[in-house]
Design a protein around this ligand. Structure first.
Ligand code: PLP
Length: 348
């Protein structure tokens, strides 16, 4: 029933063994509902241990909800949120951040390579200060970005310093947070609260779980009443242990990081093999688990005809995303097919 491995998205993959096993264990017997269970407490503790800080931890079903509710918690309805023009919250969440915040407006900064800079933030945040404009209150960064670039710790610190100066909170969309940690080889603490991030949405789905994202507040005050917000938004799972237990498997075993390393390595593996081919352009630096490939339309069609699936909704190129279970041999098959198609055209 399963199709051959595809790299169209990292959420085409299944559930990794560590997450699956934790769910299986949580399935023995009964446990209290709505997050009052020991699995949920242990998962939250696993986050506090990994992040080396007593943060507030919540679990949501998906990234859209996690981002939207986290941003809503940081804003009043008359506030605004500064994000990159390519940010998922702007382009792929169907207005959920505005919806759940009762109207907080997203202010979109044009960003080369999808990364916000202190200059871009300052320019938007100081452009207007009159009563007619929604007051800037939050900055959100995606780490790694939607096109697979990773903010360095220096870049993050510069952004957070700018936020402090301007009175803005800093939110991180970490749908692929683990891939960023694997890429920089730095600790989750260094990447977040030590760099001035106030709230993190840590993606579990693309990291190898069936479903689920964690929302971490590094400043407990910001988490006030967040449990009510989750419940009202339909994000309080009654059998919460099946949303929380997989995190125990992921964090305590180290699978979160290994999974991300596998994805990142496979992305580099593809990029290395196709990098110099005629008519093949790697559109963005490969720093996480994504490779974007620009080729002529006819060549993309030829690649599809060979059975490969991919999306072209960002920048027109083919996007390949590598999940926890990406197999190097399968990556090599893709590279070989791209190579054949590239050379076909070059000789004719
Ligand atoms: C996948 C993704 C999300 C979460 O999307 P959902 O489909 O709502 O789980 C959030 N941000 C980014 C950058 C993503 O790639």
């Amino acid at each position: 029933m399963n199709n051959p491995q595809q790299f169209a998205s990292d959420n085409y993959s299944g559930i990794c063994p560590e997450a699956f096993e934790a769910m299986r264990e949580a399935n023995f017997g009964h446990a209290p509902a709505y997050g009052e269970d020991l699995w949920t407490a242990r998962a939250a503790d696993a986050f506090r241990k990994l992040f080396q800080t007593p943060c507030e931890v919540f679990f949501a079903f998906n990234g859209t909800a996690a981002n939207s509710l986290a941003l809503a918690a940081l804003c009043q309805s008359y506030h605004s949120v500064i994000c990159a023009d390519t940010a998922h919250v702007e382009t792929d969440e169907c207005g959920a951040p505005e919806f759940f915040s009762n109207g907080s407006k997203l202010l979109v900064a044009p960003c080369a390579g999808g990364k916000l800079t202190p200059e871009a933030i300052r320019s938007i945040a100081t452009n207007r200060s009159d009563i007619h404009f929604p007051k800037p209150r939050v900055v959100t960064v995606t780490q790694p970005t939607e096109t697979g670039q990773v903010y360095s710790l220096t870049e993050l610190r510069a952004i957070s310093a700018c936020c402090r100066e301007l009175g803005l909170s800093l939110h991180m969309d970490g749908a692929r947070f683990a891939n960023a940690c694997a890429s920089l080889g730095c600790s989750p603490a260094d990447m977040t609260w030590r760099a001035g991030v106030d709230v993190l949405c840590f993606g579990g789905t693309k990291n190898g779980m069936a479903v689920g994202e964690a929302i971490l507040f590094f400043d407990a005050k910001l988490a006030e009443d967040f449990d009510y917000r989750c419940k009202q938004a339909g994000q309080l799972a009654s059998k919460m242990r099946f949303l929380s237990a997989p995190w125990i498997g992921m964090l305590e075993s180290g699978a979160w990081l290994r999974n991300a390393q596998t994805g990142n390595e496979c992305a580099r593996r593809l990029a290395t093999q196709i990098g110099g081919l005629p008519g093949v352009e790697i559109m963005f630096p490969v720093e996480a688990n994504a490779v974007f490939v620009r080729m002529a339309e006819a060549k993309l069609a030829a690649l599809r005809a060979r059975g490969w699936q991919f999306y072209t909704f960002i920048g027109g190129g083919a996007r390949f995303m590598f999940a926890w279970d990406a197999r190097p041999e399968r990556v090599d098959e893709l590279a070989a097919d791209i190579g054949r198609i590239a050379k076909d055209g070059a000789s004719s």
